[in-house]
Design a protein. Sequence first.
Length: 454
Amino acid sequence: MTARPISETVASLMPRAKAELAELVAFQSVADPAVFPKSECEAAAAWVADALRAEEFQDVALLDTPDGTQSVYGFLPGPAGAPTVLLYAHYDVQPPLDESAWLSPPFELTERDGRWFGRGAADCKGGFIMHLLALRALKANGGIPVSVKVIAEGSEEQGTGGLEQYAQAHPELLAADTVVIGDTGNFRVGLPTVTSTLRGMTMLRVQLDTLEGNLHSGQFGGAAPDALAAMIQLLASLRAEDGTTTVDGLTTDAKWDGLQYPEEEFRKDAKVLDGVELISTGTVADRIWARPAVTVIGIDCPAVVGATPSVQASARAQISLRVPPGEDAAVATKLLIAHLEAHAPWGARVTVEQVGQGQPFRADITSPAYTAMADAMRIAYPGQEMQSSGMGGSIPLCNTLAELYPQAEILLIGLSEPEAQIHAVNESVSPQELERLSVAEALFLRNYAASKAV
């Protein structure tokens, strides 16, 4: 009897995949108990563990990581002598932000305009479903030719490093011949892409204090040092007039040599308003893949509604700095802290707290695993050749795995193409991309096993 093509098998599994993704998206698994209950993450972790058990994974475990979250692990043995492949995804998600701006409930998978909308649909609950689809397709077509380890992280979006610390303490757990990180994405829908570089990151909270308490702005304003005004001035020092990041001592002129990102396409993907300029200089690829970028992601200050005419005694902000390959995130963190301390105006007292940190990553796209993936993507995406691009986001675990297992090949694929709007309102996944990438991953595992058997 002739085996059914992998693509047909995956297509037949898509209704089940949609139903499962809906179940997983329903968990409000934001790994910050100040935003959503910890029980939501625990329930999502239990769901992932049950899904692995249903696929006959062994040693399924909820790993209590040092940051207080849980990662889910499972092992599926393959044929004797087969290589081991580690499949990675994370089940935690970003907060939904302004829920009123969503066109459908953020934790309810909703089909609209040919896409499936919901927080985590692409980043990265969909990545876990992609792994399941690939494995199920292989099981239905002759069996899985490799040993498989799956790790689903519970705090990737928070950058608190729980899984990295756990892996360092248990180096044997995630050892593999190759690793597939299912948390990046295609450069564009329909264009098969592997990610060759990731920016690292550091996350800081800075507080400025100038007074013992708030003061009447009429009685004291004009001489009393306003902490909020000081914070505005300090944050402004992090950028030049054209928007270029200007952290003292940090290089900002690196060039990207590879796939380029046309400015008009970027403006469309980023939904930049007409008449508004892009910031910084150089190509778009230079700016988002090869250079550092600072972002103020939150400020604690009085809301406009209910504000009183007061001089503020304290102000606090959270700052994210993306660190490009070739730079050390720890060094960048020190430079950023030194900059904040040096540029605080009026002698304001500065307190800095580090929230998270991760190193940048560069993959070896000339390795045999990438050749196997290129062959797989050529079949999954007829008429298209695999491309490689950078990614401005961070996956700190990549460097930990590279250090622990220097012989392992690390590939980065995923569902987070520009239309997915990850980390924003109305996040979505393309079911066509989920289907094609699942086919590609299944074919990759088959190709990779064959290459190791030669």
